[in-house]
Design a protein around this ligand. Structure first.
Ligand code: ZN
Length: 359
């Protein structure tokens, strides 16, 4: 199953060699050959959205983005009736289907086939996002993220990248849904490995303790009814870092860092998630770009200054004869200009280099 063909690859954001940047690859699934321009438009929309979403707005130079155009024989994705879907079964290149693990929103593809394809197209890939041509809400994380193109899909895609590229956990407090789950009252597992959920509310040892103000109470919220999702409003101003009960698919016993987050309800990333993303992306940022024009300018000042104060003087191009230098006929003005030029050149050079190397 799964027919169609790979059309080709476009590098749509180019910040340098693939060996030096974080290479994000968006792959078409469920688009027929005649629909690839739709895919291209969706991808461009996503890139614009990603690079205006903090913290990615200040990390864009760390990314290369590639678009792998793949034509499927038919359009869309399977949508089994078992999850209340339409029962559609379509022949798409990577066999996308909703309703995995009996959860309709869980949208999966033939991951091995995706990896085989991208290994050929962009061997240096770091993150693959398969964009599925369906307007039904859904997606999945893992080493390969998937997303449909339902309204607001850009947020889902960034959320799924949060899992796959940055090891962030889901901060929402349900599995199948609030009011549907019966086995999500209390989290009983150990401390989760992800940086953005915890069972620990001890101020001195909690994972994100450095971001919690002494005036913020811990836990910051407790769910009064563990048999249900906690619906209380935030008792603290937006953006406050603390420990909010209800996270990681459970109503009680596990905490998230802020009331809202991209990993909870597609709101802006919380401070803990932002910090993890920045830490992961920093090695991919261009380390420095030498300001050649500045360096040449300041060096020129130093050379001219040096010539002005040299005993032989400097040849005057306009007047056609050497201008005498300080020490030779005691021309104080030439000396002052010479020394001033050298000092200015050295200061300018130092400032350019300090900006470049972020001293
Ligand atoms: Zn978060």
């Amino acid at each position: 199953m799964g027919s169609g063909y790979v059309i080709g690859t476009q590098k749509i954001v180019d910040n340098g060699a693939a060996s030096e940047r974080f290479n994000l690859v968006l792959v078409a699934e469920g688009f027929q050959a005649g629909e690839i321009s739709d895919f291209s438009n969706q991808v461009q929309q996503f890139v614009n959205f990603l690079f205006t979403t903090p913290p990615f707005d200040s990390l864009s130079s760390a990314f290369n983005v590639y678009r792998v155009d793949v034509a499927s024989t038919e359009s869309g994705a399977d949508d089994p009736t078992a999850c209340g879907g339409t029962g559609a079964t379509v022949d798409t290149y990577f066999d996308a289907s909703f309703c995995n693990g009996n959860i309709r929103r869980l949208l999966l593809v033939d991951s091995a086939k995706v990896i085989d394809t991208v290994d050929v197209e962009v061997p240096e890939w770091h993150q693959i996002l398969v964009v599925v041509n369906s307007t039904i809400w859904g997606g999945a994380g893992g080493s390969i993220g998937t997303t449909s193109i339902s309204p607001g899909w850009e947020n889902i895609a960034i959320h799924e990248m949060g899992h796959a590229a940055f090891g962030l956990a889901d901060e929402y407090q349900y599995w199948a849904g609030c009011g549907i789950d019966t086995d999500r009252d209390h989290y009983t597992g150990g401390e989760p490995a992800a940086p953005n959920v915890t069972i620990n509310t001890d101020r001195s040892t909690i994972k994100w303790g450095d971001l919690i103000l002494a005036t913020t109470s811990l836990p910051t919220t407790s769910n009064p009814t563990c048999a249900e999702c906690d619906t209380q409003p935030s008792p603290v101003p937006a953006g406050t870092v603390g420990a909010f009960e209800g996270a990681y698919y459970h109503h009680c016993g596990v905490y998230r860092p802020q009331y809202n987050c991209m990993m909870r309800n597609l709101q802006p990333f919380c401070a803990v998630c932002r910090a993890r993303i920045e830490e992961t992306m920093t090695p991919f940022l261009p380390t420095f770009t030498l300001p050649w024009k500045d360096l040449v300018l300041w060096t020129w000042f130093i050379i001219v200054g040096g010539l002005l104060i040299s005993p032989e003087g400097v040849f005057c191009i306009v007047c056609g004869q050497p201008i005498d230098a300080v020490g030779y006929i005691g021309n104080v003005m030439v000396g002052v200009f010479g020394v001033g030029s050298i000092v200015l050149g050295l200061l300018g050079l130092a400032q350019s280099l300090s900006k470049t190397f972020k001293v």
